[in-house]
Design a protein around this ligand. Sequence first.
Ligand code: PLP
Length: 296
Amino acid sequence: MIAFRGGFHGRTLLGVTLTGMSQPYKQNFGPFASDVFHVPFPNAYRGVSTEDALAALEEVFATEAAPERVAAIIVEPVQGDGGFLPAPPEFMRALRDVTTRHGIVLIVDEIQAGFGRTGKMFGFQHSGIRPDLVTVAKSLAGGLPISGVVGKAEIMDAPAPGGLGGTYGGNALACAAALAVIEAFEKEDLLARGEHLAARMRDGLEKLQQKYQCIGEVRGLGFMLAIEIVADRSGKAPDAALAQRIIDESRIGGLLVIKCGVNRNVVRFLAPLVTTEAQLDEALTILDGALNRAAG
Ligand SMILES: Cc1ncc(COP(=O)(O)O)c(C=O)c1O
């Protein structure tokens, strides 16, 4: 299988093997599953273009695993834990082309980006591609534990009945919550609401970027937004300690935010799509105070 540096796919043996981040996921664990190769993910801020990432994929085909030996490529439409890096649409389309050409299954991991967080129901819709398999969880049931794999019938029907399952599979309460979430998307127009909140939040974060030199970049897609914290804007050296201070000061002020990024220097915001404008504005005010105390 091929996955991407900075990708996060969970903590089972294969999940952590596919994950392209050493700290904290691969630290003190191992050995990992064999035959998983990692390729750079596009990151304009750090100088990795779509062309660079695609060239690295071709290099893996040439040096490590011939394409006919590759079962699947797994990609997040927006790298979540890896630093809220949206995959450029042309990158997703190129992955779709390459996988179709070689008969490789394209898996899009929508566990973090799915269900409206990026402004569309699924992140892959921004590039117009059709994946072969899609993983879903998190926002699917608004916090209740449920996850799923959706995909082409020929793949989904391959296991024999009972071949896939688990103690909590099909849990009635979680399924009811997921149905209620889908209904809320329709009745409350949550996609449009997310877009509205996203624009307001991006605007607020960009104003904070003008005020604080430590915010190297404001980025994300839809309401999935983050700020990358650097020691100085020209050198762009990641400042994980400062990011942690901002997170701690935010918590003291009453705002819970978490870090991400391979260097753990990105502060990410994952507020629910039902957040009110007043709550969002309050959060931005708390963040302003936290930045002021941590970096000022
Ligand atoms: C993109 C992505 N994939 C997979 C996972 C792992 O999901 P789980 O913890 O349900 O195994 C996560 C969790 O954060 C995630 O963000």
